[in-house]
Design a binder for this molecule. Structure first.
Ligand code: SF4
Ligand code: SF4
Length: 98
């Protein structure tokens, strides 16, 4: 069995990870993406020999719709903007307790 490593793209706002070993290229994520950020690759293939999914990361709004709609759990979306305030809140509460 060929070992497909996850493929990821990211910018300041979002990290988008695709697990090519799980993706069956059904296209559901493409059709559900409200930002039209996803597409089939012209040259990369997944485990099943079908086109891999690619992303235009700067179009992605980190809504998570692709992750929720994928029947194979082949996508992970991390909204970095939500992660940062949560960390800063923890730091503030630690400072207050001192
Ligand atoms: S919905 Fe999941 S399995 Fe279908 S193409 Fe997208 S990533 Fe692949
Ligand atoms: S997180 Fe939302 S905007 Fe980004 S690729 Fe997935 S469905 Fe599209």
């Amino acid at each position: 069995m060929k070992n497909f490593k996850p493929v990821q793209d990211e910018n300041k706002k979002v990290k988008h990870v695709r697990f090519l070993g799980l993706c069956k290229s059904c296209g559901l994520c493409i059709s559900k993406c409200p930002a039209k950020a996803l597409r089939f690759s012209d040259d990369k293939v997944g485990y099943y020999g079908l086109p891999a999914i690619e992303i235009d990361i700067d179009k992605c709004t980190a809504c998570g719709m692709c992750e929720r709609s994928c029947p194979e759990q082949a996508i992970s979306v991390i909204d970095k903007r939500q992660a940062q305030p949560a960390k800063s809140k923890i730091k503030k509460s630690v400072k207050k307790k001192k």
